[in-house]
Design a binder for this molecule. Structure first.
Ligand SMILES: N[C@@H](CCC(=O)N[C@@H](CS)C(=O)NCC(=O)O)C(=O)O
Length: 318
């Protein structure tokens, strides 16, 4: 794993020395928007935009879920990384479920970033929403890509489902804040911490947040009430990975999701939502985490379990 500095690749792990052992995520830097305005830089069009993802990555998974839910599959094609991410960062390559770079046949994801901006300084992350016309990165921030998918292409797809409805926006933003800092990014803060104290702070905030959501989901069906929203899909991609990788590999092991009756039923309901199970690939998930983070798992041995039971009845209707 590394980063691009003025367009040159440097194989460096996250620097936690300067932050007391804490993992600090950097902000994504490509933040443009696809728009219904025909004169805009990135106007809505079928076949023009391309999504680069890893099936292992919870942030990319959000984008894949919204592409599925919003009927965007015929309009936005996808290239899927090889799950192993080592000294060259994200790579394309032969692996079941990976596709190679469908647009340019590149070897590495960093080649896509430098194609857009030859002297770019950035971490090379997925997801990336790419514009094939201008050969630019439209956006590499999943929180924004899913908002775009939620509404910007509605005229093309005719799909009016809204996972970010006006009336619930304040509630959604509030729960997103809690979930992002303590859970989505919280598992990374625990897993990538390089001091005992940084780890303990992260793991305690994580389970505090999970405990509070367990209570909330005993009173209401979804995070923002009885309507399924983006807040639920943002939590889902972390929950579905939790018992398989975060519990063991990232040492988030105070409890499993399977130990929380409401969170576990909720996870099963979302997993069983039409089209969603097909976006979940546990082989890529386990292989990516256990094989790529050699400072955490130097043997690169991938565990066999756990058995998850995500197809069991969820009974959330009751
Ligand atoms: N804020 C970004 C984060 C994306 C992200 O960190 N993706 C990970 C994969 S799970 C990645 O590509 N990491 C490579 C790196 O940091 O060098 C988003 O939500 O889109």
């Amino acid at each position: 794993m590394g980063l691009l500095v003025e367009g040159k690749w440097q194989d460096k792990w996250y620097d936690t020395d300067s932050t007391g052992g804490k993992f600090e995520r950097q902000a994504s830097q490509f933040r443009s928007w696809v728009s219904e305005d025909e004169d805009s830089e990135f106007p809505v069009a079928s076949g023009r935009y391309h999504l680069y993802v890893s099936l292992a990555c919870p942030w990319a998974h959000r984008a894949l879920i919204f592409r599925k839910l919003k009927g965007l599959e015929p309009h936005i094609d996808v290239s899927v990384m090889h799950p192993e991410m080592l000294e060259n960062g994200w790579e394309f390559g032969d692996y079941p479920g990976a596709t190679g770079d469908k647009l340019y046949g590149a070897d590495y994801m960093r080649d896509i970033y430098t194609r857009a901006k030859p002297d770019v300084t950035t971490r090379v992350t997925v997801p990336v929403l790419w514009d094939t016309h201008t050969q630019q990165i439209v956006n590499n921030e999943s929180a924004e890509i899913i908002r775009m998918f939620n509404s910007a292409f509605n005229s093309l797809t005719g799909d009016k489902q809204d996972f970010y409805p006006q009336a619930l926006r304040n509630d959604i933003e509030a729960v997103n804040e809690l979930v992002y800092h303590n859970i989505n990014n919280g598992v990374y803060k625990a897993g990538f911490a390089t001091t005992q104290q940084a780890y303990e702070e992260a793991v305690s905030a994580l389970f505090h947040a999970l405990d509070s959501l367990e209570v909330r989901l005993s009173e209401q069906r979804y995070l923002a009430g009885d309507t399924l929203t983006e807040a639920d899909w943002r939590l889902f991609t972390t929950l579905v990975r939790f018992d398989a990788v975060y519990h063991g590999h990232f040492k988030c092991n105070i409890r499993r999701i399977a130990d929380y009756p409401n969170l576990y039923g909720y996870l099963r309901e979302l997993y069983q939502y039409p089209g969603i199970a097909g976006t979940v690939n546990f082989d890529h998930i386990k292989r990516h985490y256990y094989y790529s983070h050699t400072m955490i798992n130097p043997t690169q041995v991938i565990p066999a379990g756990p058995e998850l039971g995500l197809d069991e009845p969820h009974r959330r209707g009751a």
